[in-house]
Design a protein around this ligand. Structure first.
Ligand SMILES: [Zn+2]
Length: 685
């Protein structure tokens, strides 16, 4: 499964606008406050700042007041932009507005995830809603839209033209270009989709479903998982249906009846109400697409993505299915055999159920590879692990990381690092790292690329890498996660586009994850792992056979997992095609055709929050970006640390951001057209 895709929480003018119309994801999560008071128009004097210290906030009211200042400045810039002459001058004003917005809101909004003071976090969240309302209003600004439209047709230089074109697309997708009556309907639909998306999430979250078990029914489940869980009136242990407790219980509970009850609660989360909500979302999305002149919602969304058309996405998914169908069946047989052995019965008498798969996968994995993730911790101390991923990047990309003393940071133990281009000796970015857990802090691993660089003005990149290292050291999967998130910071730090709105990760959704996914593989490479001794001569080298086992374990059950992802993605596209069929009927038919079949009484779509939210018509993107990652990885087949290939990756992919179409970016790097061959080779392996 994929890790969290939370990243780049900065508001992107063009990006956010494009999303606002295409899905529920960009709609503010809560109702936006009333429009801030109008302000007098004053001339704007731009004074671009290459580097900014991280802002310091000690209490909530400071945040609210900084937020107001930022928004007032943005509105001033909008007023001024309305009067600008179309062409180069307009684009300059547009980009100045973008830069201002990032500088005023990027770091501030990010603080809702990490600031030690709860009032600061709350005010930062409120500020995000205010900026969201600003975005919506800007998206419907007729004068600015006209400026974008004329500018896009006037500019000749390809980079300028593309920047203006992307701005224009954002406006078009917001509905400002539609006739008045359709415009009103488009807005109403966007609002309604936002509300329905929230309702769908709420129905899952607020139900707080727990399933009760006697201690005997939890045989096999480690005591540490259930001992501190709440008890019900009958003194039974109640387990949640999410998080590590759910996963561990499904992997370890010997009692099939207990597993079945827990699994059924999970697969029915959201309940029958959510099936109705999903059907409404589906119909409204279809209506929205038709307002814009498209036959289906997936066509409307995918035209702005790397995959471009529903036909290409469908073909890709069909190929994936064909590639894994045999391995999926082999995996199912293997698990069935494991079940027969475990229960001491014949294979013929054994039926593998959906609530068996996690349990028997975990058993087989343990039998076959005996991998204990904990065994890796002594080899990967936290601070040295961070230096390790930096050192790998230094070797690949000709850069250097230097720790900054006395930098402004948001909490003790947060580190600031200056990133320098070795060839020119120029500092190009600042990377902040928040390494250890603390109360009130975001509790997974994620990157916020809250400030993007530009070459047209003095402007350096800044990003924040937020992780929660175990002070005893990292496991190999944790090192892999670190490498993935660090990859997101590289895309921000090494970007070199003319405009910040084109920089770093302001790329299309189905291209954003590819470089990070590519780099995950680096921590399973023995030569790469030897770099660890360069940053920690005193660390004992991790034994090769431990790495081999971990690598084999990683690919175990691949057939079944990929087949499942394929089913989710194909289902998503089926819902968002021109027919918009009933969500539950469609799911039942599609799941019935899989090797484990459909279990009567279950309603998986009622809890499928991805497609009710931002991944509607976009779930294929998980497999798609894996395919792009595998393709790019082929360039490093001989040596993952090759500085020549690294320089090419830096110059043609990381530096280019969204300045060129993704297909072109990949082609420039590989010296040939993008291909899914490497991904399919891996699937068939
Ligand atoms: Zn990611």
């Amino acid at each position: 499964m994929k890790r969290s895709n939370v990243k780049a929480a900065v508001l992107m003018l063009a990006g956010a606008l494009a999303l606002a119309a295409t899905s529920a994801e960009a709609a503010p999560r809560k109702r936006a406050p009333a429009h801030p008071k109008p302000i007098p128009v004053k001339p704007v004097v731009e004074n671009p700042i290459a580097d900014l210290p991280f802002p310091r906030f000690d209490h909530g009211p400071q945040v609210a007041s900084a937020c107001t200042t930022g928004l007032e400045g943005a509105m001033l810039r909008v007023k001024e932009l309305e009067k600008r002459k179309a062409g180069a001058d307009w684009l300059k004003g547009w980009e100045a507005l973008y830069d201002w917005e990032e500088d005023q809101s990027g770091a501030l909004i990010f603080l809702q995830n990490v600031h030690p003071n709860a009032d600061v976090r709350t005010e930062a969240e409120k500020c995000e809603q205010r900026w969201s309302a600003f975005q919506t209003a800007l998206g419907m600004n007729e004068l600015v839209y006209q400026g974008a439209k004329q500018t896009a047709s006037l500019l000749k230089d390809p980079v300028d033209r593309r920047a203006a074109q992307r701005a224009l697309e954002g406006f078009e997708d917001s509905g400002v270009a539609l006739p008045r009556d359709k415009q009103a309907r488009a807005r109403a639909i966007a609002d309604k989709l936002g509300t329905l998306g929230q309702q769908f999430d709420r129905d899952i979250r607020d139900a707080r479903v727990r399933v009760a078990f006697t201690e005997a029914e939890l045989k096999g489940v480690p005591e540490s998982v259930w001992k501190d869980q709440p008890r019900d009136a009958d003194n039974k242990v109640t387990l949640p249906i999410d998080g590590p407790a759910y996963v561990t219980a499904m992997q370890t509970a010997e009692d099939a009846g207990a597993r079945e009850r827990l699994w059924r609660a999970k697969v029915n989360e959201g309940g029958p109400d959510n099936l109705k909500v999903l059907a409404q979302i589906e119909q409204l999305r279809l209506e929205q697409a038709r307002l814009f002149g498209f036959a289906s919602y997936d066509e409307f969304v995918l035209r702005r993505r790397m995959v471009e058309t529903p036909a290409r996405a469908t073909k890709f998914l069909e190929d994936v299915r064909a590639a894994v169908v045999d391995e999926d069946q082999r995996d199912v047989v293997e698990l069935r055999q494991a079940k027969a052995r475990h229960l001491g019965q014949t294979l013929e008498a054994t039926k593998l159920q959906r609530w068996d798969t996690m349990f028997y996968s975990a058993r087989l994995l343990h039998e076959r590879f005996a991998v204990d993730d904990e065994a890796f911790r002594p080899y990967f101390p936290p601070q040295e692990s961070l230096r390790f991923v930096m050192r790998v990047a230094e070797k690949m990309f000709g850069i250097r990381y230097d720790k900054v003393a006395d930098a402004n940071v948001w909490a003790p133990e947060v580190q600031a690092w200056a990133v320098t281009d070795v060839a020119s000796g120029r500092k190009i970015a600042t990377l902040f790292v928040d390494p250890y857990p603390r109360d009130g802090k975001y509790n997974h691993a994620a990157t916020w690329n809250y400030r993007n660089s530009a070459t047209s003005v003095p402007r350096q990149a800044q990003s924040a890498l937020v992780v929660n290292f175990d002070r005893r050291g990292l496991t190999l999967p944790e090192l892999e996660t670190l490498m993935h998130e660090f990859g997101h910071t590289l895309r921000n730090n090494l970007s070199a586009t003319r405009y910040a709105s084109d920089a770093g990760e302001n790329v299309v959704q189905d291209f954003a994850e590819a470089p990070s996914e590519m780099l995950e593989d680096w921590v399973y490479d023995k030569k790469v792992l030897k770099v660890f001794q360069e940053v920690c001569p005193a660390c004992k080298p991790v034994p090769d056979d431990l790495v081999d086992k971990a690598r084999a374990a990683r690919d175990f059950g691949k057939g079944m997992q990929v087949a499942r992802q394929q089913l989710y993605a194909a289902y998503d596209l089926a819902l968002h095609g021109p027919a918009a069929p009933d969500p539950m009927d469609t799911w039942e038919k599609m799941e019935a055709a899989t090797s484990l079949g459909y279990v009567p009484g279950t309603t998986f779509p009622s809890g499928f929050a991805h497609i009710a939210g931002g991944y509607g018509a976009g779930y294929y993107g998980y497999l798609w970006s894996q395919s792009v990652a595998a393709d790019m990885r082929t360039a490093f087949a001989a040596d993952k640390l090759d500085p020549k290939v690294g320089a090419r990756l830096r110059n043609s992919v990381l530096a280019e951001g969204a300045q060129k179409p993704p297909q072109q970016v990949v082609k420039d790097f590989l010296g040939r057209d993008a291909s899914s061959q490497a991904f399919f080779d891996w699937l068939r392996k």
